[in-house]
Design a protein around this ligand. Structure first.
Ligand code: CO8
Length: 270
């Protein structure tokens, strides 16, 4: 069953916008009056946005952000959660998890540009992305326990992997917010920048990635994430297989030829 708020029934047309600029797409969650809180419509549109970008050969990287200056995403919609029955709770959690998992396993790099609150499901969404850059006014936290629930979009799984067990437990059990500087110190974000430079600096970071061989970037992501779930020997063999596979690509020939010719490579993603 899909839970709906009364407000949603009035059909909110576009809660997730996608724009393209060269090889980089920007996905913007736009539900500003509720600080971009994730309701089932936002989750569904977010899933569709990434589905569309997955097969778009022009796109080599995605920046995910929230509209407005105040929030990336202030969490799952508490109005929806408040009316949740147990079975629905499982379903709603699984629906959100599958969209976040599609982002985590997205074949191209996904960078979260966090310009304000990233709380609860919003923080979980940010850590499902491959990289994060935050504005100075960003705030992170997993306040779920203060509402009598636990993170249900993968936060109890991904946070410890990202920042370590002790730090993840501190965030999860206190439910307290941390500022961008502390998030950077914990390794929760890759950088902190002034709010008005957020999108520009996110793009600069993404440009440093998408100038590299697209197939290599894809296989690097695959190898790193495979290793998180695999034993060491399996992970090393998997890395070798992917490494060998890249010898079959035009991109490898181009990358190495360009180095020897002392020019910049022009990768085709093949
Ligand atoms: N859900 C619904 N509405 C929200 C949410 C939210 N998470 N966050 C903010 N809003 C709404 C407010 O209710 C308010 O609406 P209205 O104007 O109609 O009253 C509007 O956004 C603006 O918010 P505030 O007036 O509260 O703005 P402030 O600047 O005073 O405060 C805060 C900003 C501190 C971010 C505050 O809004 C807040 O604490 N928000 C809730 C944060 C939170 O607890 N998030 C976690 C939610 S639980 C969750 O994410 C679980 C994820 C896993 C779910 C798995 C199964 C679905």
């Amino acid at each position: 069953m899909i839970l709906q708020t009364p407000e949603q029934k009035m059909t909110d047309p576009t809660l997730v916008r996608v724009s393209h600029d060269g090889p980089v797409a920007t996905v913007t969650i736009d539900r500003q009056k509720k600080l971009n809180a994730l309701n089932p419509d936002v989750i569904r549109e977010l899933g569709h946005a990434f589905e569309g970008l997955r097969s778009d050969d022009e796109i080599r990287g995605v920046i995910l952000t929230g509209a407005g200056d105040k929030a990336f995403v202030a969490g799952a919609d508490i109005g929806v959660l408040a009316r949740m029955e147990p079975i629905e709770g499982v379903e709603v959690s699984r629906q959100g998890q599958s969209v976040l998992r599609a982002i985590e396993t997205f074949p191209k790099p996904v960078l979260a540009a966090v310009g304000g609150y990233a709380l609860g499901g919003g923080c979980e969404l940010a850590i499902a992305c491959h990289l994060r850059i935050a504005s100075e006014n960003a705030r992170f936290g997993l306040p779920e326990v203060g509402l009598g629930i636990i993170p249900g979009y993968g936060g109890t799984v991904r946070m410890a992997r990202l920042v370590g067990l002790g730090r993840a437990l501190e965030l999860t059990l206190t439910g307290e917010m941390i500022d961008a500087q502390r998030a950077e110190a914990l390794g929760l974000v890759n950088g902190v920048v002034p709010r008005d430079e957020l999108m520009e600096r996110a793009r600069e970071l993404m440009d440093k990635i998408v100038k590299n061989g697209p197939v290599a970037i894809n296989k690097a992501l695959e190898s790193v994430y495979h290793a998180l779930d695999a034993g060491t020997e399996d992970a090393l063999r998997h890395e070798s297989s992917l490494f060998g596979l890249l010898a079959a690509t035009d991109d490898m020939k181009e990358g190495m030829t360009a180095f020897m010719d002392k020019r910049k490579p022009e990768f085709k993603g093949k």
